[in-house]
Design a protein around this ligand. Structure first.
Ligand SMILES: Cc1cc2nc3c(=O)[nH]c(=O)nc-3n(C[C@H](O)[C@H](O)[C@H](O)COP(=O)(O)OP(=O)(O)OC[C@H]3O[C@@H](n4cnc5c(N)ncnc54)[C@H](O)[C@@H]3O)c2cc1C
Length: 436
């Protein structure tokens, strides 16, 4: 089976344009408007950011993750990887190209499961990048295990009444609506008893109790909120999808999100590696450049090797999604999710080390690489839970064998070879000096 990641020359021209555009037009936004990516555009930012978005639209590159039915180009996952790895270099690039999480995933489930009214109200604004959204699932008592979720919605006439507390709901402070996961049938296992609701911001009973910032973030960032939902009365039409199908919807959302994060992480890690290599060639100590020190060379070689393996894994996963569908790539998506976190942490740490003390300050975009790696080891489910799932999927392909003597045990293999050559060889010939 051929694995073909090649793309046509016209697409390579698009990539070249994106590379230059991100470096020259988008990266400066990071210092002009730090931490403002998810703040609604004001009179200062809009005149600068809107024309950049328009250039992206004019090149046919807006929202490259979307299919043509939603106004995208239907690039597919391989081309999206090649685009997203460039966009990953800058925190502003996903905003300028209309690919920012969590809105991408929320738009996809809205398009797939939303009612006509829900789509008419929110989809256009979300796809054009004019509004932001929030996915509210994790609860204070635990995010990794949905069986501990207590937020519930009960029927009252034609309405639903929703009560509960959610934690770490990203961008709640700027969101126009919340997608909330709630138990609607406590009598059945949670994967059949949860539903999702679309709740407009400002609905009575929705209270943002507190907003926590990740370490290293700026106070004005949209942050991650603790939300109390108290007697929130919702019409039946507020449900997103069918009752009891909440987990199908969020699985559909999270699989896409995980691979998109991995694609962007390639670019984050590449930028850290570029910084490490530049610094190694530029800084002198004890009579030679850092680039001449073998331990620093090992940093660079190890980082390149890790990044190359990660990049090829993501491209292969993308190719599998394009050729066989997302379901067929479940194991590979799990691997991408696990690797994204570890690659960012290890390359980010080495890049900091090579920059010395300065690497640890807010004057360089390097601590954010490591913190981003830590965040990716938690967001969309912790690495450990993904490893557990991955191992289960892998183990499904294996059967137990003799508990005493594994099939690869030499005596077992000799026995099998004897059977295979029965009649042609009376005995497996012993090697010279062997006791057999
Ligand atoms: C940057 C960021 C953004 C986020 N945005 C959102 C959002 O928008 N909406 C939302 O709903 N949530 C969001 N989250 C929350 C995220 O989904 C949870 O942090 C995650 O599911 C883990 O839940 P927890 O933090 O409660 O950790 P816990 O569930 O308490 O787990 C703690 C640790 O226990 C271990 N562990 C857990 N399960 C297992 C297992 N099965 N096997 C082995 N070890 C295990 C792991 O080491 C894990 O890190 C975000 C998180 C981050 C970091």
């Amino acid at each position: 089976m051929a694995w073909d990641f090649s793309t046509e020359p016209e697409f390579e021209e698009q990539l070249e344009w994106i590379r230059t555009f991100v470096a020259e037009e988008v990266e400066p936004l990071e210092v002009a408007f730090p931490g403002c990516e998810f703040l609604p555009l004001d009179e200062v930012r809009r005149p600068i950011v809107d024309p950049l978005k328009q250039q992206v639209r004019d090149r046919g590159l807006w929202a490259p993750h979307l299919g043509p039915e939603l106004g995208g180009q239907g690039f597919g996952a391989v081309k999206l990887t090649l685009i997203n790895e460039i966009l990953g270099r800058s925190s502003w690039a996903p905003i300028v190209f209309g690919t920012q999480a969590p809105d991408t995933g929320n738009a996809e489930i809205l398009a797939r499961f939303g009612t006509r009214e829900q789509k008419d109200t929110y989809l256009a604004g979300l796809l054009s990048g004019e509004i932001f959204s929030c996915f509210s699932m994790t609860e204070p008592q635990g995010g990794s295990d949905p069986r501990v979720f207590t937020t519930a919605a009960v029927r009252d006439g034609d309405d639903w009444v929703l009560n509960g507390v959610k934690y770490f709901s990203s961008n709640a402070t700027v969101a126009s609506f919340f997608i909330v996961v709630a138990i609607t049938d406590a009598e059945v296992p949670v994967h059949r008893g949860a539903s999702t609701f679309l709740i407009p911001a400002g609905t009575p009973g929705v209270e943002i109790v507190a907003t926590h910032q990740l370490a290293g973030s700026l106070p004005h960032e949209a942050g991650h909120s603790l939300i109390r939902y108290e007697d929130v009365r919702l019409p039946a039409s507020a449900m997103l999808g069918e009752p009891g199908h909440g987990f199908e919807i969020l699985q559909a959302r999270l699989a896409g999100g995980r691979i998109h994060h991995a694609m962007r992480s390639i670019g984050v890690a590449q930028r850290a590696l570029d910084m490490m290599a530049h610094r190694a060639k530029s800084r002198y100590t004890q009579g030679s450049s850092l680039a001449d020190k073998q331990l620093v060379q090992a940093f660079i070689a190890d980082s390149y090797a890790e990044l190359l393996q990660f990049r090829l894994t993501v491209l292969h996963t993308a190719w599998l999604i394009d050729t066989a569908g997302e379901h067929a790539a479940r194991k590979e998506i799990g691997v991408c999710k696990i690797l994204a976190s570890s690659v960012l942490k290890s390359i980010g740490l080495r890049a900091i080390q090579v920059h010395g003390a300065m690497g640890l300050t807010d004057q360089l975009p390097l601590t954010t690489v490591v913190l981003g790696g830590i965040a990716l080891g938690l967001a969309d489910g912790p690495t450990e839970a993904h490893k557990v799932n991955l191992a289960k999927m892998i183990l499904r392909g294996y059967q137990p064998e003799d508990p005493e003597w594994p099939s690869e045990f030499l005596e077992r293999r000799v026995e099998a070879a004897r059977l295979k050559y029965q009649g042609r060889l009376t005995e497996i010939p012993a090697l010279p000096g062997s006791p057999r």
